[in-house]
Design a protein around this ligand. Sequence first.
Ligand code: HEC
Length: 381
Amino acid sequence: MSERTAAVLGLFDTPGALLEAIPAVKARQLGRLEAYTPYPVHGLDGALGLRKSPLGGMVLVMGILGAITAFGFEYWISAVDYPIVTGGKAPGSWEAFIPIMFEVTVLFATFTAGLGMLLLLNKLPFFGHPVLASDAIKAITRDRFALSIEAEDDGFDAAAARAALAAAGATGIEALPAPDRGPFLTSDYILRVAGGIFTACVVAGLLMYGAVKLFPVLPPMSHIEDQPRLDAQKADPFFKDGFGMRMPVPGTVARGYLPLGVSSQDEAAALVNPLPTTPAVLAEGKRLFHIRCELCHGPLANGTPTLTAAYGAKPANLQSEQIRNYPDGKIFWVITMGKNAMPSHAADLTVDQRWAIVHYVRALQRAQNATDADVKAAEAR
Ligand code: HEC
């Protein structure tokens, strides 16, 4: 072990004694002063003459940088790189950026506060500190207060340091030898490794970007890039209107979306329910009626909504004489097209699902208006 003394440590019994000792020891200018206490002691930073922490300023700057980054990023995406109108907003509407700007501000600020404090300002982790190897360290973490005079250069006078601490009333004094090996896993080291990894990622990213950009321009790959084609959402002089993307040919019908062939509820009266009245179809109709219709028309379809009165419109009573006399097609039409306050369900229900619901509405109507013949038929079964 080397003979060099890294620091001289003096123990005090109370925080008051520690605070009193500091000015006298400081006046002797023997080395860097540092205090070690089991809990924060008010006034210690002032007595040691510590500067105000720059952390607040760092957090402010990084927070503002975060807000600017988010704004720039969102503006670039929505107004420069891909200006598409969504939700009726003009490209670059800053109001919509605020939530993400807020988030990124907080992100930058909190990471700066946490990492800046630990790594940059406190220089943690720091496992090689001589005080950690001292005899006094246990007492310091329990109930004693230490003041250490730490060597700043080779001219450190350990004897004078001992004398100064004793004169200031230290109850125990310990000289700490300089450790034979430097501290390991320090903040410097971690920052350097992180910086190395970051640099490697940036370099690798640029190389890959370069390779991907360059690769297609080298033959024969360039032939794929160069061949004539229409790009989606790109201008193209091939068509007169200059659009690369085309509208479907008039009259195009998407698979599974055959038009009804009728254009009013009255015309729809001619449509015939293509589904048989099997238990499976009725069960499916019942399931879908529960999900899609019941909240407005009520479980019995009599227009008593399960919604509260807060739903302003008046859903029709499907048990009324008029609707019972509707042909199936007119009910199908309403489900498909909606009517006044009733929304269209075309997007939510397939054609077959709509017809299954029509069957189930018929069953509900019949259940509420059973005739003697119905009852006899049921008894006979
Ligand atoms: C959001 C509430 C709501 C939902 C959900 C809803 N309806 Fe309606 N429905 C209404 C209202 C309101 C009316 C009355 C429309 C009018 O005539 O002004 C109505 C009317 C009707 C009518 C009578 C139309 C006419 O020609 O008078 C039928 C039949 C009907 N609904 C069936 C259904 C079926 C079947 C479903 C489930 C697929 C359903 N509704 C889902 C609100 C709703």
